[in-house]
Design a protein around this ligand. Structure first.
Ligand code: ADE
Length: 295
């Protein structure tokens, strides 16, 4: 297995890391978990204010669990992929009922929570509890693919070989390993970026197999998916109506924000199936659990 001296990356991180709220000393495991769920599909700049508002409203899992799931969806606002809010509410409930209100430190227990996959479990165990785990998000995978394997980009799906490689590079001391993981992630976010790597600023440029190979280009990437006119956009509009109205809404309120009735009906069905919207007996719709007397 390859070896990489962690010191240059750790030193670079000490000098250049962004001062992100969930990295502040004393940040709670709940704060770290909320940040990781938000960061799964949303850029850091949009997560910062959303995370601050969320933590101000619900500083503990128990505080969130005491409110209906619909409030989590409302607070999620325009972060996108709102099923994450629903899963976070379910997780808060389980943490409150089965873990004494404390986000578990054990990776197995974290993996058993809704919406937490292997990346998020490793991230929370490392960043909140200082444990030693390979934390493989897309930035880390790209840095390691370039530095060690000489590849411009990681393979589309995470492989066992990548996980083994990342584990072999972890410093022995758990707290240092956790710091290494976030440092490599930050290097991928700020310097070793996908589109415009700044190798002149990289603390491990001298050891980089990809740079040594002459920076071979990645295969042409698929263009990002369009959003306008998609079912996703339609779902977003319908949820925005529910968030902003504060009361149950009728089908006519939805019709006012989306021109295609067939697509609207399909999107609404999807929201109901996903548990993001409750159909009421009177034919109106509400965010789940927000109408007194309803389930
Ligand atoms: N710091 C810790 N986890 C992070 C993440 N997922 N993205 C950016 N910064 C982070």
């Amino acid at each position: 297995m390859s070896t990489v001296d962690p010191e240059p990356v750790l030193g670079w991180y000490a000098r250049h890391a962004r001062d992100l709220p969930w990295r502040a000393p004393g940040s709670t495991p709940w704060s770290v978990l909320v940040s990781e769920i938000m960061l799964q599909q949303t850029p850091v700049a949009r997560v910062i204010p959303a995370h601050a508002h969320w933590m101000a409203r619900w500083p503990t899992p128990a505080a969130l669990a005491a409110e209906p799931a619909g409030e989590a969806i409302r607070q999620w606002g325009r972060l996108g992929y709102p099923r994450r809010a629903l899963r976070l509410h379910e997780t808060a409930t389980i943490v409150t009922e089965r873990h004494g209100g404390i986000v578990p430190a054990d990776v197995g227990a974290l993996l058993a929570l809704p919406g937490i996959g292997s990346y998020t479990a490793a991230a929370v165990a490392s960043f909140a509890y200082g444990q030693r785990h390979a934390v493989l998000d897309t930035n880390v995978r790209r840095v390691l693919a370039r530095l060690v394997a000489g590849q411009p980009a990681p393979p589309p799906a995470l492989s066992v070989a990548e996980t083994r490689l990342a584990e072999s590079l972890l410093p022995d001391e758990p707290a240092v390993a956790a710091r290494w993981s976030v440092a490599v992630m930050e290097l991928g976010a700020l310097v070793c970026t996908a589109a415009s790597p700044q190798c002149g600023r990289c603390p491990v440029a001298r050891d980089c197999a990809w740079l040594a190979a002459g920076q071979p280009p990645a295969a042409v990437r698929r263009r990002s998916q369009r959003y306008d006119g998609t079912d996703r956009q339609c779902r977003g509009r319908l949820l925005a109506v529910l968030r902003e109205c504060g009361t149950p809404v009728s089908r006519a309120d939805f019709d006012a924000v989306w021109p295609g009735p067939g697509q609207l009906a399909r999107a609404l069905d999807g929201l109901v199936t996903d548990g993001l919207v409750d159909p009421l007996p009177d034919g109106r719709y509400a965010l789940p659990g927000t109408v007194p007397g309803e389930k």
